[in-house]
Design a protein around this ligand. Structure first.
Ligand code: NAP
Ligand code: GCO
Length: 259
């Protein structure tokens, strides 16, 4: 028996036209799962269609903002009637607004919380009743270094990702009885469009992050694939409420000592 096989399973990965979500979709498809994903803009939907086609993955893409409960429920119903019951949900859709707290509007703060935290609750709730009826499922939330750490300009994002860590633990406690394992991946600094502004030529943040990471480099979306398959598969059937940090050692490190 291959405990990492996802043959016969259906996965919904939110926000998976590019970046981490797309990488995770590739990994789950490689392990045998059927893939559905959603994005919030038509441009991203087109970007996703091209990316999946080029990767040779048959995937159903949906235009659906994770903050809209009715739309998310409608999407889940359509996926379940075409691909089959959703066995795996990856709550990956997320945004960041890098604005100092003193300058951040309440609207901006609320939008980040809405997408990164409330969106995960909406999607989890939308798939849970089907999972319960079918005897179980897997939910994987994409947390962050900011689930544990703060830094200048990301107060809303850190609040959302800290909240997502606790949502993971709480749903794990509530739904373990239904054989639903709720866990999270906490990526370190990963090279994606979201972090592109921090990696531009000569940006001081680039060297800063490399020096904060014992592995000495940015992560790639490939670095997250094994953890995603693990948490989506029967290999993790007794893993509940765990945040699996895949960060090149950032959270273990006090920082480079002075010479
Ligand atoms: P990204 O390249 O910006 O991709 C984000 C994806 O989410 C896009 O497909 C985007 O599509 C979608 N999305 C955004 N808002 C949405 C909404 N309201 N409804 C549905 N889809 C939405 O970001 P990424 O770097 O891959 O990050 C993916 C996740 O990992 C995020 O939750 C992020 O916070 C987290 N993360 C990233 C890093 C990192 O270093 N990159 C590290 C830790 C955690 P649209 O453009 O259409 O909205
Ligand atoms: C930032 C970054 C981070 C990463 C990631 C770290 O501005 O500090 O965008 O928040 O995206 O979440 O794990």
């Amino acid at each position: 028996m291959n405990v990492f096989s996802l043959e016969g399973k259906t996965a919904l990965i939110t926000g998976a036209s590019r970046g981490i979500g797309f990488g995770i979709a590739e990994a789950l498809a490689g392990a045998g799962a059927k893939i559905a994903y959603n994005v919030s803009s038509p441009e991203s939907l087109r970007e996703g269609e091209t990316a999946y086609r080029e990767a040779g993955i048959e995937a159903q893409g949906y235009l659906c903002d994770v903050t809209d409960e009715a739309d998310v429920r409608g999407m889940v119903a359509r996926i379940e009637s075409t691909l089959g019951g959703i066995d795996i949900l990856v709550n990956n859709a997320g945004i960041i607004k890098r604005i100092p707290a003193l300058e951040m509007s309440v609207e901006d703060f609320r939008r980040v919380i809405d997408v990164d935290l409330t969106g995960a609750f909406i999607a989890a709730k939308a798939v849970a009743s089907g999972m319960i009826a079918r005897g179980g499922g897997k939910i994987i939330n994409i947390c962050s270094m900011m689930s544990e750490l703060g830094r200048e300009t990301v107060s809303a994002y850190a609040s959302a990702k800290g909240g997502l860590k606790m949502l993971t633990r709480n749903l794990a406690c509530e739904w373990a009885q239904y054989n639903i394992q709720v866990n999270a991946i906490g990526p370190g600094y990963i090279a994606t469009p979201q972090t592109a502004p921090l990696r531009e030529n000569g940006h001081p943040f680039n060297d800063y992050i490399v020096s904060k990471t014992p592995a000495g480099r940015w992560g790639t979306t490939d670095d997250l694939k094994g953890s995603a398959v693990f948490l989506a598969s029967s290999a993790s059937d007794f893993v509940n409420g765990h945040i699996l940090y895949v960060d090149g050692g950032i959270l273990a490190y006090i920082g480079k000592q002075p010479k």
